[in-house]
Each structure stands twice: as C-alpha cells, then as structure tokens.
Design a protein around this ligand. Structure first.
Ligand code: SF4
Length: 313
C-alpha cells in the first residue's frame, strides 16, 4: 500500500519545528517521496539528509534495542549485563560499518548513514580520531547497561515477571500512534509494567544527560497510557531512568500539569498545521518555513544540522 502524506505531531517534531522551521520543511515535506528513484534530485537529497543520524543517537538506540531484547527473552534465557552490553556494542559497530562502507547507498532507510561521515567531521578524519570517538560510545553503552543492572530503583523491574509487563518496545512500536484533538500523535514509550496493586509504572530509558524536554515527554506518555491502555492518572507513574548513573527520577504528573501538556500539544500542533500542505502533490514552497537567521544565537544549531549543506552553513 502506498504511503500517504498526512499531518502528525510528536514531541521531537515539535521541538524540531520550534528550533528551525526550514529543517521541519526539509524533513517532513521537501524530502517526502525522496526514497523513489524517479523523484526530483532535490527530493532525494533532502530525504537522504533526513535519514542521517549521529553516534550519540546510534548508541542510544543500541541500548534501547538491547534492553528490549533483554525484556523479550524467554524465562530461563535472561541475559546478564555482559551479554546485553555485547549486543549493544555489536549493534553500534554494525551501524558504524554500514555508514563507513557506504552501504546506506543501497537503502537510506535500512542502513545507517552518519552525519559524521557525510560531513567528514573531525572525529572521523583519521584512524586515531575514529578509534577515540568509537571508544567513547562503547564506554557510554557499557556505563548505561551497567547503570541499568546496578540501579537499586530498577531491581524490581529486572526481577518482574513478564506477565506483569504492560509494554516493551519493539521495532514495530515506533509506528504506534494515538489521536488527540483530531491529531495523530506519535510517541511510544520504552517500557511499562503493572505492580501487585494494578498501578502502572512507565520507564523512559535515557543514555544522555537530563534535558528540559524529558518531563514533557513523560506527560505525552501519560496521555498515551490513558488513551491506549485505559490507565487513569491515579493509577499511573512515569520515571526517567538516567542509565549513565542509574538514577531514576519520578515525574510529578498532576491533573493540572497534564492539562497544561495537552494545551501545549494543541498549540504546537495548531502552529504546525498552519504551514501544513499535502507533499504528495509536490514539494511546495519552502519560503513560509524560514531558516534560523545567521546572526541569531540560535544559529548554533546549524553546526549540527543534517541539512546544513542545503543552507550553505
Ligand atoms: S542549517 Fe540551520 S537554518 Fe538550515 S535547516 Fe538546519 S538549522 Fe535550519
């Protein structure tokens, strides 16, 4: 079945949109259908740039996928920290290899293409730089997995019976969505389980530092839990699990904070909708999606933007 261009909201789309409208255009409009070999070259270029990733994201994905594999294991076959860490490091190495060898050219959606390679950044310019850069992410993965297995707050999660799991992410769950205020919302949690009293505890695995957006994301999951699992707020608690140091932070979600989050989603989706057009009909006009002005402090974001070659930055 052919994919159709449609409006959707997610916390990451919203943050992208808030930071740079033009990047939002390149990612969700200009590059749409750019996977078709017969598409205009600009579309193909925007699509390929939209698929670029970076090593911190690959390392984060590696930990997420390995923890999901740990939770999906059959009883009696549960892995230990070393095995989970080995899976994640193998994933990181495979992705780096796909990017370095140019395998992504066969399919930008199936194989990893790193912005570090595409833009020939300092960290991949010579063998020593690559070794040091790669090692820093291997160490990050090992610290995160160690943090998961050593955390006392997560002991009951590690020991829980799979019968009590409410949700474990898998490759298909990335496409899960729900509808709020007539808007399709993407935002799937990592892991949730039910305690003996029927209370649902949701965990978001974090391999990076705490971020201002973390609590908002957990509010989005609280809405997801209500709409998809029928779990009311009184029976729901969400946590950010910062795996680097094993710290688990409970998010204070109240009826008022949840209403504020819904209002924030409504306002953000409304602003995005004002610029929305059907990209199945063509690439549209990028002008209503302005670039960050060069003289703005916000232009610091351009240095790490996947699309910087299109903006000449
Ligand atoms: S390079 Fe800067 S202005 Fe251009 S899309 Fe990226 S963030 Fe926006």
């Amino acid at each position: 079945m052919a994919l159709t261009h449609e409006f959707a909201w997610s916390a990451s789309r919203a943050s992208n949109f808030a930071e740079c409208r033009r990047r939002h255009y390149y990612h969700y409009y200009g590059g749409w259908q750019g996977w078709n070999r017969g598409a205009e070259p600009e579309r193909q270029q925007m699509y390929q740039l939209s698929k670029l990733t970076r090593m911190p994201m690959v390392a984060g994905d590696a930990v997420h996928q390995s923890l999901a594999r740990y939770f999906h294991a059959k009883p009696g076959q549960v892995a230990d920290a070393k095995e989970v860490s080995d899976w994640a490091v193998a994933h990181l190495r495979r992705c780096f290899g796909e990017s370095q060898s140019g395998q992504w050219q066969q399919s930008a959606s199936k194989f990893t293409h790193l912005a570090e390679h595409h833009y020939q950044e300092e960290v991949v310019r010579d063998r020593d730089a690559v070794a040091a850069y790669g090692k820093s992410f291997v160490e990050r993965i090992e610290r995160s997995v160690q943090g998961f297995f050593a955390s006392r707050d997560l002991a009951w999660v590690r020991e829980a019976s799979p019968d009590d799991y409410v949700f474990v992410e898998d490759p298909k769950s990335a496409f899960d969505s729900f509808t709020l205020h007539d808007t399709k919302i993407f935002g799937t949690p990592d892991f949730a389980l039910r305690d003996a009293d029927g209370h649902v505890h949701l965990y978001d695995w974090k391999t990076g530092r705490p971020n201002d957006a973390d609590a908002f994301q957990l509010h989005v999951y609280a809405i997801f839990a209500r709409l998809k699992w029928d779990v009311p707020l009184e029976q729901f608690t969400a946590y950010d699990a910062y795996l680097n140091d094993g710290e688990v932070v409970r998010c204070d979600i109240t009826p008022a904070s949840l209403a504020a989050a819904e209002e924030r989603i409504r306002a953000s989706a409304g602003a995005m909708r004002e610029l929305h057009f059907d990209a199945d009909r063509g690439m549209g006009d990028p002008e209503p999606f302005p670039r960050i002005p060069l003289d703005s402090p916000a232009a610091r974001a351009c240095g790490r933007c996947n699309f910087r070659e299109l903006c000449g930055r």
